[in-house]
Design a protein around this ligand. Structure first.
Ligand code: ZN
Length: 153
């Protein structure tokens, strides 16, 4: 029954993308990572929705918007298990899981105050060294950052 209700919530979109299974505490980070504030498309944000697997979850629905793979994979840094429902004509035509890219450019802040990326106007660059636990390593200073310590720029 609950599954059905979720499907209905998602299917309410005519055309566009519904981003599902977002951990409640990062819903607004996802909004900002995807630059949704700057879009003119109608957007629905649901948060603290009941989820059997996660306790609570968030859903973001964006009408008439279909993301590029590299665009959407940015959010894997904060929400690795997110599911994208691609909706056309009120039907989910595709479900995609986000994948953490091997290299993360310009999203995460380096936690080392002496790192060049904190002292020069430049993009940060991290390599993912542990996919399961989300551990990143700064390309420039080598500092390692655990999931809990990830600060977004
Ligand atoms: Zn660094």
């Amino acid at each position: 029954m609950k599954e059905k209700r979720t499907e209905l919530q998602v299917a309410a979109l005519c055309n566009g993308t519904a981003i599902d299974h977002i951990p409640s505490d990062v819903v607004f980070k996802v909004v900002s990572l995807l630059g949704l504030e700057g879009l003119d498309n109608p957007i629905t944000i649901g948060n603290k929705l009941e989820s059997k697997k996660m306790g609570t979850k968030g859903i973001i629905k964006i009408a008439d918007k279909f993301f590029e793979e590299n665009e959407i994979n940015r959010i894997a840094v904060v929400a690795p298990n997110v599911v994208l429902n691609i909706i056309r004509n009120y039907e989910v035509v595709e479900k995609k899981r986000v994948e953490l890219p091997q290299t993360i450019l310009g999203i995460v802040k380096c936690n080392n105050p002496k790192c060049i990326t904190n002292n020069e106007p430049m993009h940060t660059r991290f390599e993912v060294i542990d996919y399961a636990n989300i551990e990143l390593k700064c390309h420039y200073c080598g500092v390692k950052i655990d999931k809990e310590d990830i600060v977004l720029k």
